[in-house]
Write a protein that binds this ligand. Structure first.
Ligand code: SF4
Ligand code: SF4
Length: 340
């Protein structure tokens, strides 16, 4: 199946008639995901968005329920967001990150109805990365510029057109509904050529990293590695896989509601106990947790690395912390550094 680039706005207009379509749009000198009112507004060729796609499923701040107590008793309102959405033009790393978040919000112990209702009502159409940026390292974390994990359809840019690959039944049904034409053999060959050319150099070697992290919780390397970090939390907020949150009751702004807000392990208050004790007393412990969570604890719990190599934390850190260098330093540290 192919769509010529000049027909893409019309295709998106068709989609808009049935779904809330969320696509990359230009904002200042970068792009962000936002609902579009016209297919012409989508900016599909601009690389990855500044903010990841996680907010569509897990908003930065969301009201879980509102409550009111009157003479008739307590009343609770907990509406779920079941808007039909198409997330269009999402890059493979971000699509993979959503699949990783599924492990957190839908597992043997818990199912989060807020997140899952949005997931179930969203179809994800991805676009492969012909020219990954210099800070991308998806191939180093079990992914790649044309990874289809988490996607329903994948678009491959072959110059004047997009070749459309069906990934799931949901994607197939959407393609049929939109009346997409079947891709010819030359179209498929052109797509394969693009994919081969885009193979990203493996910029981080993560071999053996988990073994190191298993034994070096108390290693001296943590004394050094965090030194530059300001604890601003930018890397966690922009990270597509970071998912920590805090829940607060608000009786002022919304007249009685419970709100979930993103939180960050980079902040000192994150682990502060009511007693005043804080088990992560300094930036060292907090930075260690960020790395441990992504490359050890998540692997222990879900058998996946909780990093998709999008490079956002590298591009946006105010003091140029580079997670690729940190990982290399840990890998290169002495074999067994867990002595206190
Ligand atoms: S963005 Fe940089 S300075 Fe800020 S918390 Fe992350 S690593 Fe530290
Ligand atoms: S840790 Fe950095 S590179 Fe990895 S997914 Fe998060 S923002 Fe992207």
């Amino acid at each position: 199946m192919t769509v010529s680039k000049k027909d893409m706005p019309n295709l998106l207009d068709k989609l808009i008639a049935e779904y809330q379509v969320i696509a990359p749009v230009k904002k200042d000198d970068y792009t962000v995901f936002a609902p579009i009112a016209s297919g012409a507004d989508a900016e599909l060729g601009a690389g990855n968005t500044k903010l990841p796609a996680k907010e569509i499923f897990f908003p930065q701040s969301e009201t879980l329920f509102s409550y009111r107590v009157d003479q008739e008793g307590a009343k609770l309102d907990a509406p779920l967001d079941d808007q039909k959405r198409a997330l269009f033009g999402v890059r493979p790393c971000d699509a993979r990150s959503v699949k990783l978040l599924d492990n957190v919000f839908d597992n043997d112990k818990f199912t989060d109805p807020y997140y899952m209702t949005r997931r179930e009502n969203t179809v994800m159409v991805g676009i492969g990365c012909n020219s990954p940026s210099g800070t991308c390292f998806c191939t180093s974390v079990n992914s790649g510029p044309f990874d289809t994990t988490g996607l329903d359809l994948l678009l491959v840019d072959t110059g004047d057109a997009y070749v459309v690959e069906i990934v799931t039944e949901k994607g197939g049904a959407l393609a049929q509904k939109l009346g997409l034409p079947v891709a010819s053999d030359p179209d498929k060959a052109a797509a394969d050529k693009v994919k081969q050319a885009a193979a990203v150099a493996c910029r981080v070697n993560t071999d053996g990293l988990k073994d190191k992290l298993d034994v070096n919780f108390h290693a001296a390397i943590w004394d050094k590695i965090h030194e530059k970090c300001l604890g601003c939390g930018v890397c966690t907020y922009l990270c597509p896989t970071c998912h920590c949150f805090d829940i607060v009751d608000d009786a002022v702004d919304c007249n009685g509601c419970r709100v979930r807000n993103w939180d960050s392990c980079a902040f000192p208050l994150f682990t502060l106990h009511g007693s005043g004790h804080n088990p992560r007393t300094s930036n060292k412990e907090r930075y260690r947790n960020r790395i441990m969570h992504k490359f050890k604890y998540f692997v222990d719990n879900s058998n996946e690395i909780a990093c998709v190599g999008c490079g956002r934390c590298i591009n946006n850190c105010p003091v140029n912390m580079d997670i690729r260098v940190v990982l290399e330093d840990i890998r290169g540290s002495e074999a067994r550094l867990d002595s206190r």
